[in-house]
Design a protein. Sequence first.
Length: 633
Amino acid sequence: MRKALSKPYSTAIAAVFRTPTPPVKFSFSSTPLPPPEWVQPFTDLSDVISAAAKSDRQTSPWVPKVHHLLLQNTNFEQDLSLFCDKYLIRLPPNFTAHILKSSGQIPNPAETALRFFNWAGKQRGYTHNLECFVQLIEILCLESDFARVRSIFGELKSKGFVMNSTAANSLIRSFGNGGMVEELLWVWKRMKDSGIEPTLYTYNFLMNGLVNCMYIESAERVLEVMEKGKVKPDVVTYNTMIKGYCKSGNVRKAMDEFEAMEVKNVVPDKITFLTLMQACYAEGDYHLCLRLYNEMRDKRVEIPPHAYTLVIGGLCKEGKAMEAHAVFESMVGAGCEANVAVYTALIDANAKNGSLDVAMELFRRMQGEGLVADEVTYGVIVNGLCKNGRLEEAMEWFEYCKGENVAVNGVLYSSLIDGLGKAGRVEEAGRLFEEMARRGCPRDSYCYNALVDALVKDGRVDEAVALFERMEEEGCDPTVYTFTILIDGLFKQRRNEEGLRVWDAMIEKGITPTAASFRALATGLCRSGKVARACKILDELAPMGVVLDTAFEDMINVLCKAGRVAEACKLADGVVDRGREIPGRVRTVMINALRKAGNADLAMKLMHSKIGIGYDRVKSVKKRVKFRNLVER
């Protein structure tokens, strides 16, 4: 049996079950939240990973979350604040700089980066560091937002940061690409003041900036410093200097720098050659462009597709279709695909040379390669057919273009109007001219000139003058060729005063006369016996800076051809007496003019005499034998 409990214990237990125990009261004091934690853009796992993996920094999990907010929300400032409050985090300057550096993947990067930069700066206890400013400036420069760049840079300067090489290189590159030379030089000076030695990259960034701002002389001085200093220029440095010379139009100095590279043991690359070739092509020096191409090939430098295009285009412009075709085949053999522009240039060159069959074969080859001809290609074909007198075929291609919805432009119309006009089919040319207006195709000066020329050659000068007036009314500016056509037509109809009025109108409009326009005027005046008037007009051109080297030669030829040899001799004497030409040259011109005019006897007489170059002594005075002696004796 169990032993009975003693009375005191039993009484105590009974009391517990009989009397309820009062509840225990717990009091909770209000514990404050911990302060927000500064998070970094990279997770530090150095305590848990091996030493070999320490260098491979892992991106913080907060980075993609912040990126997501920037990508998904237009009002991301509020969302960022709520996000940071929720997770008790703050973004330090390193984090801000990292986000800014990768903001190029975000739509509208300049605006987004600036807003994020401003938001981050409003965090409690936060101050932007140098890298934040540098990254933001780089983004704004890439977006060409230079007004904001200057504002942000002004704030950076006021902070008094100590410059470092990474920041300096980035700023110099950004300001150089943006053409902000004042800011670029400020960074360069701070860099030197801070004792930071420039590297090759720093010098190249500086050179590029100066060249982009067209401070060519300053770039030259930097290059001289590099050549004399420890940091030697490389091919990028010389390419930048060559680019500067080419941009300033000094291709000769660019070529000198190119030739100096070999002396300095710097091997040019494809950028060097391509920069020079583009400059030569722009200046119309296609021979030098071809020389550079041949040098690239000889030195086994990679030839980019654009280099082939420049050479082919240059040779085609010079009418060297066969040479251009040879380069084209080299291009195809090197694995470069030709585009429509290359084929069009080759088709044009062959068509202008009269090799229409070759041109059409190239056209079919282009189509066989899956390239679609554009309006320029069709314009070249139509123009080539017109120039070679195959007008019916040209009209068929023209109708084909209209049926295939190819953009029928002014070139197509102008080529046909010119071709029809030269063939005497002026009415058809006029109908096409009016059709242009109905189809909404703008009529340029070339189109007007083609019809004006057709009307003048058909003897319909009054209609040509009326079209000329209509041209001005419709806002199409006449060219010197327009005036030349009218002057020639009016003088051929003996309407000298009207021709002179057209000449005066051309001068009043500020259009510079050409040798052809003065020839048309002088021919008409000389045939009318108004040689002095022609000479007076020629003298009036000199103060305008217009010097026509062959003007007197043309006038002498016209006079001799018209049988006005006495006037030609008088004009020749005037040319020599006024020191405009040396006597020997004027004499040669006279001999050739007489020979071409069929006056061989006078030409032989002049050739075997002292006229023009010899002297007669009258007492003690030597006088040159005048040209007028040719007809007076």
